[in-house]
Design a protein around this ligand. Sequence first.
Ligand SMILES: N[C@@H](CCC(=O)N[C@@H](CS)C(=O)NCC(=O)O)C(=O)O
Length: 219
Amino acid sequence: MIRLHHVPLARSLRVMWLLEELGLGYEVAYYSIRDGSLRAPDFLALSPAGRVPVLEHHGAVWVESGAIVQMLCETYSEAGLMPPPGHAERARFLEVLSLSETVGCLLENLNLNQVFLRPPARPSATVVKLLNARLRAALAAMEARMEGDHLLPSGFSAADIMFAYGFELARYYVDLDQYPRLMAYWDGLRARPAYQRAKARDGEQDIYAQEFYPVPEEG
Ligand SMILES: N[C@@H](CCC(=O)N[C@@H](CS)C(=O)NCC(=O)O)C(=O)O
């Protein structure tokens, strides 16, 4: 039995997309960041830090999207979505996995400041400005290295799933048109049938209430 514990548009979407690419059957347990369901005792028994994704996979329970993606790619290695140890592209693959969580943490901090803080708390314009600049720098570095249609020269891999998830979310904070190569790359990825199946199961997101969150004015 495979069951994914999922919040729409959260990092668990990475795992959902990969499960679709692998053609695996799976159940989905849905939660919201806003309704306290991630703090319910049954969920905390699976994920003590109260975070998604959680993947129940044939009796084992896994957290951390990067680790789950790596575990699934190893378990279903015949799909060829991860270069194995010793492969020339292995280091780049691992680099993208970590870099994707650098982007993920920047987005998470922007979310905390610009989406989840409740009045009378107010975000620090200076901190938001720094986070936004760091996010743009991370994306610009990827844009500069982008060649071809995928992050690995040999083609589509789970590295694309890990990174493209954050790229999609970055649209809430930065103008993605400044990254034309990444935009073309993203257009190719989102046309994938497995991505479209994942989006069909993703559910209605209740994280963002606006299309775009500009950096607040200082002062
Ligand atoms: N590094 C972890 C981060 C997991 C994480 O923070 N997930 C967010 C959603 S994207 C979450 O569950 N947040 C709930 C909360 O902060 O209460 C991963 O990649 O799985």
